[in-house]
Design a protein around this ligand. Structure first.
Ligand code: HEM
Length: 161
């Protein structure tokens, strides 16, 4: 049996996306609200850091898998010219979401965000968690719009632009 590398890359791409964006959905809709309901700021900070630490490592792996399989598909499909075509806005959106998360997880989180969180959470935990919750909602919404565009677009429903 010959290996269909395009189908393999597509399957790995979707597994990466499911684990990664599914994780973002879980953090946004269940975990963050639960953390914010804890009584003391100390408990909130400890639990948030523990959860975020575990998820950040998973998300680093899944963003790598999604990015590698994505660029592989662009190459095999000879799809680089799509970056110049507006009806493939979802390819731009996928790449942008991936770039935002990659910069956040590999650069900003270890270098800047972790310190920012500890400082701000010590000063004003309520406001800090509100900002974090809002950022998660924005990223989740953008990811879901992108998913809609990617699945419908990859299966032939392109805007007549
Ligand atoms: C570097 C980043 C990425 C690149 C280069 C990339 C590239 C691609 C390519 C080339 C396809 C196949 C399109 C086709 O068959 O015509 C695809 C499919 C898809 N991508 Fe991405 N992608 C990236 C990131 C993402 C992200 C962040 C998401 C989720 C938010 C995502 C979700 C999907 C989905 C759901 C499909 C459709 C799978 C299917 O039903 O066949 N991708 N991607």
């Amino acid at each position: 049996m010959e290996i269909n590398t395009l189908a393999l890359a597509r399957a790995l791409h979707v597994i990466g996306v499911v684990l990664w964006i599914g994780g973002v959905a879980m953090v946004t809709t269940i975990l963050l609200p639960a953390v914010r309901r804890l009584k003391t700021a100390e408990d909130q900070i400890v639990l948030f850091e523990r959860l975020e630490h575990g998820f950040a490592w998973q998300a680093r792996f899944t963003t790598l898998l999604t990015g590698l399989s994505g660029f592989y598909m662009v190459t095999v499909l000879h799809a680089w010219p799509r970056y110049g075509m507006p009806q493939y806005w979802w390819l731009h959106a996928m790449t942008a979401i991936w770039a935002i998360f990659t910069i956040m997880l590999f650069v900003l989180e270890p270098l800047v965000l972790h310190k920012w969180f500890q400082q701000k959470a010590a000063q004003n935990p309520e406001k800090t968690f509100r900002i974090i919750q809002r950022m998660h909602w924005i990223l989740l919404t953008l990811s879901l719009v992108t998913l809609f565009g990617a699945v419908s677009g990859a299966h032939g429903w392109l805007l007549p632009l």
